[in-house]
Write a protein that binds this ligand. Structure first.
Ligand code: AMP
Length: 217
């Protein structure tokens, strides 16, 4: 039983590592960004609202995100724990998560913070490509697909996220920088913060995370 959150700036590897940790521990990987992108694709009412903020690189309002997470964590697959990725992003969201977990009789076991320097993040985000079908991510130089523009996992088409364009990336990093300090302090004060240097190969970051969760070799 493990209830984890992944913290870190856009491009720090939350999605990649969150998925790996979830697989290793047999837990669902819940990424709020993925939930929003799916809703945008399906053009639901919530998706159309979220899209306005996402395209500008801004945060979707707390009440929308909190409602979604609250519903998602009630699902039966979260009984044995979860890996939350992209939430919380603000102290208000962290407090809301606390309330949600309290209501479910659960508590957080750890907040994994992936740390990467800003210049590296810009490079990682601008080279990122995502599968339209399954959401798998690649990097044109570091983790390229076998065939150009095709997903190795499902054969789907790869595309560049609209919010991975240079200007929006800068905006997203600034938004992160504003909220990061207080959010990290929030989990530090509660003894939950596990800092992992994430400017290393994917496998090494993963091994470090497992070690810091007491699951490593
Ligand atoms: P991500 O895939 O985590 O980079 O998220 C993509 C976009 O979805 C963000 O830039 C926000 O606009 C929105 N989003 C995802 N998670 C949250 C959240 N917890 N709070 C507010 N907005 C979010």
């Amino acid at each position: 039983m493990m209830h984890l959150i992944m913290l870190g700036p856009p491009g720090s590897g939350k999605g990649t590592q969150g998925e790996m940790v979830a697989q290793a521990l047999g837990l669902p990987h819940i990424a709020t960004g993925d939930i929003f992108r799916q809703a945008v694709k399906e053009s639901t009412k919530m998706g159309r609202k979220a899209q306005l903020y996402m395209e500008r690189g801004e945060l979707v309002p707390d009440e929308v995100v909190v409602g979604i997470v609250s519903e998602r964590l009630k699902k039966p697959d979260c009984k044995g724990g979860f890996v939350l990725d992209g939430f919380p992003r603000t102290v208000a969201q962290a407090e809301a998560l606390n309330g949600i977990l309290l209501g479910l009789g659960k508590k957080l076991d750890g907040a994994i913070l992936l740390e990467v320097e800003r210049e590296i993040l810009v490079e990682r985000l601008s080279g990122r490509r995502v599968c339209r079908q399954c959401g798998a991510t690649y990097h044109l130089e570091h983790t390229p697909p076998g065939e150009p523009d095709r997903c190795d996992k499902c054969g789907g088409q790869l595309y560049q996220r609209k919010d991975d364009g240079e200007e929006t990336v800068r905006r997203r990093l600034n938004v992160y920088a504003e909220e990061a300090g207080p959010l990290e302090a929030y989990y530090q004060e509660r003894g939950l913060l596990r800092i992992v240097p994430a400017n290393q190969p994917i496998k090494m970051v993963f091994a470090d995370i497992l070690r810091k969760l007491g699951r490593g070799q």
